[in-house]
Design a protein around this ligand. Sequence first.
Ligand SMILES: [Zn+2]
Length: 65
Amino acid sequence: MNDRITCRCQKCGKETQVFGSRWCADCYYPGIDQDWQRFEDLVEEGYPRHQARIMAGLADPPDEE
Ligand SMILES: [Zn+2]
């Protein structure tokens, strides 16, 4: 039985090092909570997740050459 509570990064799915954190150290930056909220709002509005991610600043836009 494993009663250890693990928190997984909402962005990349890795286990977070900080208890209760929604983000791993690699993904975290100041303001990510606001960006993530925006991302969820955009998805709710019907945008595809990958596009919402870019619009919210959570992912780099694809190269446009
Ligand atoms: Zn992460």
